[in-house]
Design a protein around this ligand. Structure first.
Ligand SMILES: C[S@@+](CC[C@H](N)C(=O)[O-])C[C@H]1O[C@@H](n2cnc3c(N)ncnc32)[C@H](O)[C@@H]1O
Length: 347
């Protein structure tokens, strides 16, 4: 019997925030389900690839784990440092993307890996990150604070590139009209300026009718995905998790939109040998490789009680799978099934 089941399934933390900064806080999503799925034995090495507010890490420590937490946001790592300092060496934090976990930890070094994708409420609600259209802040969106910002992208990309990003990553039907208006009205410096333009364009196309969601929702999602290369990160992160998990190790991934969930679902289907064989898109050798994961359990969604306590959990989907003893397929295969042209071992 596992330590988790001896203790019983961990209960939800009364919607208690895991961590707070300047009055901002994050409520961990699907916490009991994730920690239960990780089947933590005392002394197990758990990798929390998305440390955030530290909610999962705290629950894993409470279950007796030794935790390595990754976060690409240096501000999240700084907020978690007092928790690491108080952990008597049980929690180590690394400011790095989860795609780098195999390089940081080495192969077959973890009993469990958790990825809770996206952004913490602390990040979404702090205008300084420039992630949200709800408060005015600098048009930034970079979690790491490095590389191309959202302002660099909207002020520098071609109209066609902006339209593609809005359409592919935001599934925004008005992508072309918004892109045309962005190019005509730029430069944009703040989230408020950009959100205002997108709202005007979308509402004009709908004859001024109100929609249920803020018309800027899809465009902001798309630009965040692009600026943080979220989908590429996820593909590399899944490959890295495959590399670091020991035989029998558990992977739990919580995603927040269909583009992410599609990648996770496809990766686990591919790696568990559940894809239809003989796909003409896959090199033959890949179809005969030994599965690196057992067939995943059915996806789980938040309970009504959790949704009531934390409406931000509404789009969460949890997928869980157990690692087999087969050799990792490694990088270059593409978690989404695409054959990649570069063979660099990124995991
Ligand atoms: C939803 S929050 C995690 C919340 C956490 N499970 C908790 O209970 O507090 C996601 C966190 O992952 C981080 N993150 C997003 N993408 C990342 C990546 N590719 N590598 C590492 N950290 C990432 C974000 O900066 C954010 O702090």
């Amino acid at each position: 019997m596992s330590a988790a089941s001896r203790r019983g399934t961990p209960s939800l933390p009364d919607a208690a925030p895991a961590s707070s900064a300047q009055g901002l806080s994050h409520i961990p999503v699907l916490l009991a389900e994730v920690i239960g799925a990780l089947e933590i034995e005392p002394g197990a090495h758990v990798v929390d690839g998305t440390f955030g507010g530290g909610g999962y890490a705290k629950a894993a420590l409470d279950a007796g784990a030794i935790v390595t937490g990754f976060d690409r946001d240096p501000r999240a790592v700084a907020r978690g440092t007092p928790m690491a300092d108080a952990s008597a060496g049980q929690l180590r934090l690394i400011n790095r993307t989860f795609a780098g976990m195999a390089q940081a930890l080495g192969p077959a070094s973890a009993d469990a890996v958790a990825l809770d994708l996206g952004y913490s409420s602390i990040q979404m609600d702090d205008p300084a990150y420039g992630l949200s259209f709800q408060a005015d802040g600098p048009l930034d969106m970079r979690l790491s604070g490095e590389g191309e910002s959202a302002a660099d992208f909207v002020n520098g990309a071609s109209e066609a590139e902006i339209a593609d990003v809005l359409y592919l990553y935001g599934e925004e039907p008005a992508a072309r009209r918004i892109a045309r208006a962005i190019v005509a009205d730029r430069p944009f410096r703040t989230t408020g300026e950009l959100a205002g333009l997108v709202r005007r364009v979308v509402k004009a196309g709908k004859g001024g009718k109100d929609t249920k969601r803020d018309p800027a929702t899809r465009s902001f999602q798309a630009i965040r995905i692009r600026v943080n290369d979220e989908l590429g990160e996820l593909e590399r992160g899944l490959e890295a998790a495959e590399a670091v998990l020991k035989p029998g190790g558990r992977l739990a991934v919580v995603s927040f939109h269909s583009l992410e969930d599609r990648i996770v679902k496809h990766f686990l289907a591919e790696r568990s040998g559940s894809l239809p064989s003989g796909s003409r898109y896959l090199p033959e050798a890949r179809n005969v490789r030994a599965p690196t994961f057992e067939r995943p359990a059915k996806a789980r969604r938040p309970s009504d009680a959790e949704l009531l306590a934390n409406p931000r959990a509404r789009s969460a989907t949890l997928r869980v799978a157990r690692r087999t003893g087969a050799q990792a397929w490694g990088a270059g295969t593409g978690a989404n099934g695409r054959a990649e042209t570069h063979g660099e071992d990124r995991a």
